[in-house]
Design a protein around this ligand. Structure first.
Ligand SMILES: O=c1[nH]cnc2c1ncn2[C@@H]1O[C@H](COP(=O)(O)OP(=O)(O)O)[C@@H](O)[C@H]1O
Ligand SMILES: [Ca+2]
Length: 487
């Protein structure tokens, strides 16, 4: 009896094909299902309460990739109107309220359903460090005021505090290296130079033995150990160091009975302003001088350079120091210089010059008359405009004479404001640290990147299908010459 093989029936072929297509669809769905949704972002807010002003930064990152370095980015920044929170020492209850516009903006920008889980941190820097030294009660009241105010928002309030100089330096270093993706690359890290109004920080991996424990910080990030040198110089931000320089120049004239005229080589010829002692000698960085004076510009760069050198004390008990008896190993590798380093050098067009060219251009700039400058830059704040010659000269003196950058290593300094869309500064590093977003160990990476995984799954499913068909064809073909099955 001859029996037709039941595999030959077209219904069976169709069913087999359907099963195979079903497998492919199932695999594809499973794969797509595992893909994190693109729109899921999380947010964090950090307030940088600096000596001159407060900025509010909003950061965002994909919710599913919290521990992947390079994922957090700045979404928005807002400059708080008015001066820094330390300027509210006389009216502390108004410090909190001053943050209102920027915090309201944050509420609008961050989606409502994320508000409760969004952390808010406020870190105050050198302005508040100085206020704390000068008037502890006032500094506490200011912090209380911003705390009470921030707690009225629906976010997760995580604290308002004065951060230490070491934290300021180290977190600035973390920020620039995180944004440059240096923790994942084997290329090494870059140093961080931060110039504020009241303090300045230098932080880098030196590779040398640290002679003073205060200047040493260790991190384990992403499976690598980093041994950092860091120092924060209180009173050596550009606003306080100007006071120091005025104090040094005024001191020898104090025994004069009549009106004191201060002829300042760091200010422009034609600059002639009466200044009250309260407005200048108002900080713990300088002695309380009680004489008003006339501030007159000379515009002589070489003399300015000499005058600025006098604000540094050069005694040193270590094998080497930057200044004021602070140990510093030789600078090493590339550096990112941000905040006022950038504002000043960018305004003066010195960011792309070598050291000698920068000095020459600054010399000409300082010698420009005050009237000419005001005419040329009508929209620049007069306070900034009057001080760029001083600040530029201070930056060059600090970097060359004190930190020991040379003609050659000068070119390793990059004056930067942002990396990508994120501003360079301590705030991002501070948040990454407090939210544990940079793991000590590198997370296990998946065998394949996501795109590769999807492609491979699809190819495999197709192969199964093809083998199915081939198998069927071979199964149908009779072995030997006969087509018949004989029972
Ligand atoms: O556009 C600008 N031109 C010049 N200087 C600026 C500009 N914007 C900000 N600054 C200065 O940058 C410095 C920022 O210091 P900050 O307020 O962060 O103090 P801190 O870090 O010492 O607490 C201040 O001296 C401020 O005047
Ligand atoms: Ca700052």
């Amino acid at each position: 009896m001859k029996v037709k093989n039941s595999w030959h029936r077209p219904q069976i072929i169709v069913v087999t094909a359907l099963i195979a297509v079903g497998i492919i669809i199932m695999v594809a769905i499973a794969v797509v299902q595992h893909k994190p949704l693109h729109q899921k972002y999380k947010y964090g807010i950090v307030l940088d309460a600096g000596s001159s002003h407060t900025s509010v930064y909003i950061y965002e990152w994909p919710a599913e990739k919290e521990n992947n370095t390079g994922m957090v980015q700045q979404k928005h920044s807002c400059n708080v109107k008015g001066k820094g929170i330390s300027s509210y020492s006389g009216t502390p209850h108004k410090a909190g309220e001053s943050l209102k516009d920027c915090m309201d903006e944050a509420k609008k920008i961050i989606p409502n359903h994320r508000h409760r889980e969004t952390p808010v941190y406020l870190g105050a820097t050198a302005g508040m460090r100085l206020l704390k030294m000068d008037n502890y009660t006032a500094s506490e009241k200011v912090l209380k005021s911003v705390e009470t105010f921030l707690q009225t928002y629906p976010f997760s309030y995580e604290g308002a505090r004065i951060i230490s100089g070491q934290e300021e330096g180290a977190f600035g270093w973390i920020t620039v290296n995180y944004l440059s993706d240096n923790f994942r690359k084997a290329s090494g890290t870059m140093g961080a130079l931060d110039l504020g109004g009241a303090s300045t920080q230098i932080t880098f991996v030196s590779g040398q033995e640290m002679e003073s424990p205060d200047n040493s910080i260790d991190f384990r990030l992403y499976g690598n150990d980093y041994h950092l040198y860091t120092h924060s110089f209180l009173c050596y931000g550009k606003d306080q160091v100007l006071k120091l320089s005025l104090e040094k120049q005024i001191e020898p004239k104090l025994d004069m009975t009549d009106n004191i005229i201060l002829e300042d080589p760091c200010f422009h010829p034609g600059y002639n302003v009466n200044k009250s002692f309260q407005s200048v000698f108002d900080s713990p960085c300088v002695k309380k001088i009680t004489s008003n004076f006339t501030h007159k510009g000379l515009g002589e760069w070489n003399k300015c350079h000499k005058a600025i050198k006098k604000v540094f004390n050069t005694t040193c008990i270590y094998s080497r120091c930057s200044f004021n008896n602070i140990f510093q190993p030789p600078v090493k590798g590339g550096f990112g210089a941000f905040s006022a380093y950038f504002f000043v050098m960018n305004f003066l067009n010195l960011t792309n010059l070598n050291l000698d060219e920068a000095k020459k251009r600054l010399e000409t700039y300082c010698n420009t008359s005050w009237d000419t400058l005001k005419e040329k830059h009508p929209s620049v704040k007069e306070k900034y405009l009057a001080e760029y010659c001083f600040s530029g000269t201070y930056i060059i003196t600090l970097l060359e004479d004190r930190y020991n950058f040379t003609n050659k290593t000068w070119n390793n300094i990059n004056f930067i404001k942002k990396i990508g869309d994120s501003e360079a500064g301590w705030t991002l590093g501070y948040m990454l640290n407090l939210t544990n977003m940079i793991p000590a160990e590198a997370p296990e990476t998946p065998l394949l990147p996501y795109g590769g995984y999807v492609t491979l799954m699809l190819i495999l499913s197709l192969l199964i299908f093809v083998f199915f068909i081939l198998g069927y064809i071979f199964f149908r073909r009779p072995s030997g010459s006969t087509h018949k099955v004989i029972i």
